[in-house]
Design a protein around this ligand. Structure first.
Ligand code: MTE
Ligand code: MO
Length: 210
């Protein structure tokens, strides 16, 4: 009960910030301006995000699957790793070209879980407790979409969304959910956090991405 109350207050406090738009959120955040960020800007729609270590991190895969499963970080590291090099492009205008992300390909995780025939899309949830994202199954099965454990060949830091974030190379970076904790197969696309505020559900960088 107490924690429900807390979440309610947090949502109230966040509301004006959201109405002001996320460009303002970015420019008011000094973290992205610090040298050493390598061109990245820190984004989080949640005020503070708990850190998850290798010991307490979990990724739950469920919804319309034959074999729901929960992975530890060590289990994800033990799976076949895929390295995807792509540009990072935020709708805000900043860009980090040719950035390698390494982890488990999303399509592999879906194969292991066994998508049921009525499955059409994925809903991603995050341990910040706020952010959500979506992909169609067709998009999720591309070889340039990865559940990333490393960025630039080093473990993802908390600031960059570690220990595990999504990297959807052919789309704007808002599709790449940080602090990934859940993947649920759904029977239709459920618009994600920014998509509820008007962002394109299909965040292609290039119209021909499809
Ligand atoms: N959980 C979570 N994931 C998120 C966001 C967020 O606020 N929360 N912001 C998105 C946006 S708009 C961008 S540009 C990138 C920013 O990633 P970075 O903070 O590592 O630069 O994360 C995306 N994924
Ligand atoms: Mo963004």
């Amino acid at each position: 009960m107490l924690s429900m109350l807390g979440a309610g207050f947090a949502a109230l406090a966040a509301a004006p910030l959201v109405q002001d738009g996320w460009e303002r959120l970015a420019s008011s955040d000094p973290t992205g301006l610090l040298p050493g960020s390598g061109g990245f800007r820190y984004f989080s729609v949640a005020g503070s995000v708990p850190e998850r270590t290798a010991a307490d991190y979990r990724l739950e895969i469920g919804g319309l699957v034959a074999r729901p499963v929960t992975y530890t970080l060590a289990e994800l590291r033990a799976m076949p790793q895929t390295r995807v090099v792509g540009d990072v492009t935020c709708t805000d205008g900043w860009r980090v070209p040719r950035t390698p992300f390494t982890g488990v390909s999303l399509t592999h995780l879906l194969e292991v879980a066994g998508v049921r025939p009525e499955g059409r899309a994925l809903r991603f949830t995050c341990f910040d407790g706020v952010y959500t994202e979506s992909l169609t199954l067709e998009q999720a099965r591309r070889s340039d979409v990865v559940v990333a454990l490393d960025m630039q060949d080093k473990p993802l830091t908390h600031e960059r969304g570690g220990p595990v974030r999504l990297y959807v190379a052919p789309m704007y970076f808002y599709k790449s959910a940080k602090w990934l904790s859940g993947i649920s197969v759904t029977d239709q696309v459920v618009p994600g956090y920014w998509e509820e505020y008007g962002y394109d559900v299909d965040g292609w960088l290039d119209e021909r991405g499809a």
